[in-house]
Design a binder for this molecule. Sequence first.
Ligand SMILES: Nc1ncnc2c1ncn2[C@@H]1O[C@H](COP(=O)(O)OP(=O)(O)O)[C@@H](O)[C@H]1O
Ligand SMILES: [Mg+2]
Length: 313
Amino acid sequence: MNETAVKVKELVKRYRELLAVDHLNLEIKQGEIFGLLGPNGSGKTTTINCILSLLSYDNGEIEIFEKPMKADAYDIKAKIGVVMQNVAVFEELTVQENIDYFCGLYINDKQLRKQYVEEAIQFTGLEDFRKFYPKKLSGGLLRRLNIACGIAHKPKLIILDEPTVAVDPQSRNRILEGIMELNRQGATIIYTSHYMEEVEQICSRIAIIDNGKCIAQGTAEELKKLIKKREIITIDILSVTADDIEALKALPHVYSVTFEDSKLTILCDGGSHNLVRVLDYLQGKEYSFGHIHSALPTLNDVFLEITGKELRD
Ligand SMILES: Nc1ncnc2c1ncn2[C@@H]1O[C@H](COP(=O)(O)OP(=O)(O)O)[C@@H](O)[C@H]1O
Ligand SMILES: [Mg+2]
């Protein structure tokens, strides 16, 4: 069994009367890419800041690499790389100087530091911008600089808080690829996002957060098994009789059939061969149909079924 990288027990954080984190429990193993997925305002950044001891909290315990995390636990802090939601770099330093500054907080050896800074520049693809000042960088490049500053010292645990917000698709893909590469090189990753596709793409396990509470935790596959909806079949068809809709509803695993705008939508709660059965039925009744689509639920469906609201605003 892998060792624990981060353990959060019964974390509670209040901002006056607002309960921002509500008895949150997390256990993140070394080697994972762990996703904290939740809408804006659900408490992701607050949780990260508590984990890092940047914020005091009202209740709970936090352990990092199996030691209690405290504001002055510098030995633990040296093993952590943080990429904050708000880009935090020095305007008066160039790209290279910024990375060197942050790397220098942890790496004293000059030669090693030079090597690490260069590796971070190459890793984030900032070779052509090393002499640039931050204000000359696009949003995507600035994010990449923010990441380079957070990871140059080769931390064992890397925490990235919404690193792809306001980033062009090219930089976004580069960032996601980079995170997976850092993980392959051995780093444990905590990744917060309100983009379910990203979280599903890169995370080995996911905690879904809403109103400061963890409402579900597991692999994407496990999370999808928590809900009733397992398969969504849509068929373009001109018309369907009410009798046939009732007959489709009676098929095994089908629990909802709706027809709207020449589109038949059939929701199934499990089973295989659902699509074949549906098509067999329609063909038997000599319907002709156009586009056919069968989809698995998304994490948005999971969020929707558990909370009653959309993850996307
Ligand atoms: N410094 C603060 N003072 C008061 N309320 C805050 C503060 N920071 C965050 N909040 C509130 O706490 C809740 C959680 O915020 P946050 O952790 O930033 O969520 P997320 O990162 O998921 O968007 C929100 O309702 C937010 O408005
Ligand atoms: Mg946030």
